[in-house]
Design a protein around this ligand. Structure first.
Ligand code: DX5
Ligand code: ZN
Length: 214
């Protein structure tokens, strides 16, 4: 199954991002991962759809909005109109994950659902047949630069067992050490933030992990 890199912009200088995003996509990453936080679902606040819209013309790549927000459905239309071809909401942020996935797909947007480290895979089993991607948080959401939580690998493996063809994304603490481990467990989309943000040569760092993707 094809593996993809999804750089997260959270740890970069958000006031001067275009060159970095262009470099990462030119180096082989295929997705721009936008970490949207509302200060309620997680303590920090990051940015809204206006930021996604401003960044959209920078590169011709899939924008995925990772909505770490309460009542995520209130953001669907705005981020879709801003140019996000994939929207991922948290299972913990709604009582109606099935209906929210249906509404995203009705908008023509890829639908993803995310689970926190403390949330079992069983919570999303009923919607595995209708989602486009499952995002397994490998850190607790809210911040970049955290350490990879090894216990989440069992959830990745369980998801891969349940759905051999599903896109399974891991998000948090992914670097050249943890990518191979997560890939072996069954992940095939990798969010990488601070490892790239602190790279001395961004292009080389991305190319290294693209080659790990295989
Ligand atoms: C955390 C975000 C992640 C984070 C990844 O809440 O969802 O996307 O930015 O950053 P690193 O790679 O630094 O863990
Ligand atoms: Zn994220």
């Amino acid at each position: 199954m094809k593996c993809e890199l999804a750089p997260s912009i959270l740890s970069f200088d958000l006031t001067d991002l275009r060159e970095s995003v262009t470099t990462m996509i030119a180096s082989g990453a295929t997705i721009v991962h936008l970490d949207v936080m509302d200060g309620q679902f997680v303590p920090p606040i990051t940015f809204g759809d206006a930021y996604a819209r401003a960044l959209r013309p920078t590169v011709d790549a899939l924008f995925e909005a990772h909505l770490m927000v309460e009542t995520p459905e209130k953001q669907f239309e705005a981020f879709a109109k801003a140019g996000c071809g994939r929207i991922i909401f948290h299972a913990e942020a709604t009582h109606h994950s099935h209906r929210l996935i249906q509404s995203l797909k009705a908008m023509g947007v890829e639908a993803g659902i995310a689970i926190n480290p403390g949330t079992p895979v069983e919570v999303i089993e009923p919607v595995l047949d209708i989602i486009d991607i499952a995002l397994v948080m490998t850190v607790n959401p809210g911040w970049g630069g955290q350490s990879f939580i090894e216990s989440t690998l069992a959830k990745v493996a369980r998801l891969r067992h349940l759905r051999p063809d599903l896109l399974i994304e891991v998000d948090g603490g992914i670097d050249p050490r943890t990518l191979p481990v997560a890939k072996a467990a069954g992940a095939n989309v990798f969010v990488v933030g601070s490892h790239f943000a602190r790279a001395s040569c961004l292009a080389d760092s991305v190319k290294e992990m693209v080659s790990q993707c295989g």
